[in-house]
Design a protein around this ligand. Structure first.
Ligand SMILES: [Zn+2]
Length: 389
């Protein structure tokens, strides 16, 4: 084998075999393999920005740790976003783990959860790629810095589902909504042989009373919760493809243990919205579901009541749209709600979690006058009104 350039072959550096003369300049070691499974579908957020939400898969195909120091997201020929070491460390999650880390252990896989935003009216790129700067510890000192490009994907320009609100009324909280909350957006699950992020754009709708309390009265009582019993509404014309009913309410305040996977959604309904889009409503009250499999529904039709069934800690409505009629083995798709008002914002997930467990009023920063939003997705931790103004 003819060797060109500096060779740093060593027994412990299998991946760092040398540059090969036959293809001098055209072949380069890429110890971090980059791939995108599900291309982002651009959509409008309630912040007036276009969001590209997706996962960049990384495999450390080397015998040592790789620390990702910088990632530039390139759209066509323009750098759209640069993530520094700290930003990468907050968004890179090794497979099967909930904790993020900027260092990828040898021979492991991780997902980098991205939320690239563009100003409204900016040209949406047709293709994305990624320039990654890293330190590969398996290489000898002085040769550990690598930059490689990859993870190239076309942007998915399929139309975004435009839906009506799943609930009616005021003081709703879009909990764990897009795009940087971790519980849904990062719920990458290996199901039926591949990794799916069905919940990528899911929202756990909760509600407060006028004083900001998620519940008032005994925490373990379902009726204490502002949202309990709210009518759940069909969001579009569609056909019911799945109904689960008859599962019991949980006791609020604690997650059930050992719940089977097929009962995790509790009493739930899946609609076929057409064009390979499906809407899932989960955790409704037992006996409250008013639609049957095969039934056609129209927007605003009451399909059930908000409950606390399945894998649920307090009464809430879990709502999501996917590309398949399954709650887990389907690709999560964005959607836009035709009209709503943003009346405030919370102090974030942690503050929300505290208010939810203590029953103390949620500190809300009001937006006066309420911001009228049309055709957008309500983003995380906003207070939303679906009332007619
Ligand atoms: Zn949820």
């Amino acid at each position: 084998m003819k060797i060109a350039g500096i060779c740093f072959c060593a027994p412990f550096l299998l991946f760092l075999a040398c540059k090969v003369g036959h293809a001098e300049g055209s072949e380069k070691m890429t110890p971090l393999l980059l791939a995108i499974q599900d291309a982002p579908v651009p959509f409008m957020g309630s912040d007036g920005r276009v969001h590209l939400v997706y996962e960049l898969g990384m495999t450390n195909f080397s015998s040592g740790d790789i620390t990702v120091e910088k990632i530039e997201v390139v759209g066509d020929d323009t750098t759209l976003q640069t993530l520094d070491t700290a930003a990468v460390a907050a968004r890179l999650q090794p497979a099967g783990q909930r904790e993020s880390s900027g260092t990828l252990a040898r021979s492991t896989r991780a997902l980098l959860f991205l939320n690239v935003t563009l100003t409204a009216g900016a040209k949406v790129p047709t293709e994305l790629s990624h320039r990654v700067t890293m330190r590969a510890s398996a290489a000898p000192p002085g040769q550990q810095e690598f930059t490689e490009s990859g993870g190239t994907t076309s942007v998915d320009t399929q139309p975004v589902a435009l839906i009506s609100p799943p609930l009616r009324g005021d003081h709703y909280v879009a909990a764990d909504s897009c795009c940087d909350a971790t519980r849904h957006t990062r719920a990458a699950l290996p199901v039926n042989g591949r990794v799916w992020v069905a919940q990528r754009y899911a929202v756990d709708w909760e509600q407060t009373d006028a004083s900001g309390r998620i519940y008032a009265g005994p925490a373990e009582k379902l009726q204490s919760y502002a949202i309990f019993g709210q009518p759940v509404l069909a969001v579009a014309n569609g056909v019911v493809v799945s109904v689960i009913d008859g599962l019991p309410e949980q006791t609020p305040g604690k997650y059930p243990t050992n719940i089977p996977l097929d009962q995790a959604d509790g009493n739930s309904v899946i609609f076929d919205l057409g064009e390979h889009r499906y809407a899932l409503y989960a955790h409704m009250q037992p006996g409250s579901i008013k639609v049957r499999r095969g039934e056609k529904v129209h927007p605003g039709q009451v399909i059930g009541l908000v409950g606390d069934t399945g894998n649920s800690i307090v009464p809430h409505l879990h709502f999501q749209v996917t590309a398949g009629p399954s709650s887990l083995s389907a690709n999560g798709l964005p959607y836009e709600i035709n009209a709503f008002h943003v009346t405030g914002s919370t102090g974030g997930t942690e503050a929300f979690d505290q208010a939810e467990s203590n029953g103390t009023p949620l500190a809300i920063t009001p937006i006066n006058p309420p911001q009228e939003v049309k055709e957008a997705m309500p983003l995380d931790q906003l207070i939303i009104s679906f009332a007619a103004y």
